[in-house]
Structure formats: C-alpha cells, structure tokens
Ligand binder design. Sequence first.
Ligand code: 0WE
Length: 216
Amino acid sequence: ERLEENVRELAAKLENPLVLPCDVTSDQQIADLAATLDREFGGLDFAVHGAGFAPADALHNPFVETSRESFRIALDVSAYSLVGLTRAVAPLMEKRGGGSILTLTFIGSDRVYPNYNVMGVAKAALESSVRYLASDLGPKNIRVNAISAGAIKTLAASGIAGFSSILQVYRDRAPLRRSVETSEVADAATFLLSPASRAVTGEILMVDAGMHAIGL
Ligand code: 0WE
C-alpha cells in the first residue's frame, strides 16, 4: 500500500495499463491474479517476478542469529513465490505457444556480502528454482531465467547500512569501473523476454559491470 502511488504513476505511462494486487505469500491471490489476466488478455507472453523480502532484523544481525520465522518469511516471499507464480501463469503461456519468465537475483546467493544474510540463502534457492522450473516447462516452450544485477541504488537498498560503500567498490574495482543502472537491467530483460533469447533457459545472466569476474 505504501508504494501503490509510485506503481500507479509508472503504470500510467503504459499504453493500456492494468494494475492488480498480489500478495505472493497467498496461493489464492496468485490464482486470482492469473484468472484476471486470463479474462482480460486471454493469455500471456511473459512475466517478470520482482518480489524479495527479509525482515529487517535479519539484515542487521549476524546471519547465525537468523530466526526460524525470518528464514521462513525470506524463503517464502523471495523464492517460493516464483514457483507459485510460474505454476499459475504457465497455462496462460501455453495458450500462446510458449512464454518467457524472468526473475531478479543478486550474487549474494553465491558469495558472502556483509548483512545480505538470509537474502543470500533465499537467492540461492531462487536461482536453483529457476533451473528446476526451466527443466519442467521447457517442453511447453516456456523459458525461465534470472538477471543477477550489480548493486543499484534503489528504494529497497536505501535503508541498508553500508550500501554506499558497496557502490564505491563497483566504481573502484568492477571491470567497467562503475555500478549498474536500472535501464541497463531493463535492456537485458527486454532480451530475455523476447524471441531474441529463444534458445536461452535456466540461465542466470550477470548484469553487473563485470564484478562477478573479479577475485580480488
Ligand atoms: O535483494 C536485495 C535487497 C532486498 C531486500 C531489501 C530489504 C530492505 C527493507 C529484502 N528485504 C528487505 N527488508 C527490509 O525490511 N538487494 C539485491 C539489494 C541489497 O540489499 C543488501 C545488499 C544489496 C546489494 C543488503 C546487504 C548488503 C548488500
């Protein structure tokens, strides 16, 4: 609700906007969303999953202190939601002869970033889910991929202690000597959602100014 106005402002720039609610922890709301999309459009060509959340205390305290409840919430919202969403939209994509599903991840899934903590564990589960979903849905010509974006100054990141120092490391050490912009992630997303990437599935595409290639 807090961000609804921002979403509506963005959507108003589209040709034929339709804004619908979806709490991704609710199977019912995911089913309702898919039913409305089916009724309004009669099918779907692509879907972008951009949901991620861990309770704030889990991003501040040492990882070893992560509670069972914070772990459950982070994995439910950030990883299971892709499985639930994919299952719901797959029939709409089948009607169109296939489709492309995209999610967003971060390299904190593979390597330790201070304070990323249980989000890293959730992103590891998300990336593995991308591969298992790609395997299940490939025969229906539905592709499932992720973009692993470099650190970007976003609203979600603004509350994170030490985030500006992460951006500075990108400027100092990434092969391109800079961090990443949202428009650059959008361009990669356009590729993965379009037939230009028709033979690409189960892939985690690094859009990170080359930071992943650096050891030290
Ligand atoms: O995935 C993320 C962060 C997503 C996120 C953000 C918040 C802030 C508010 C998930 N849950 C919450 N919970 C809240 O209460 N990123 C890729 C951005 C990010 O977050 C970091 C990073 C980076 C990069 C946290 C610590 C270190 C690096």
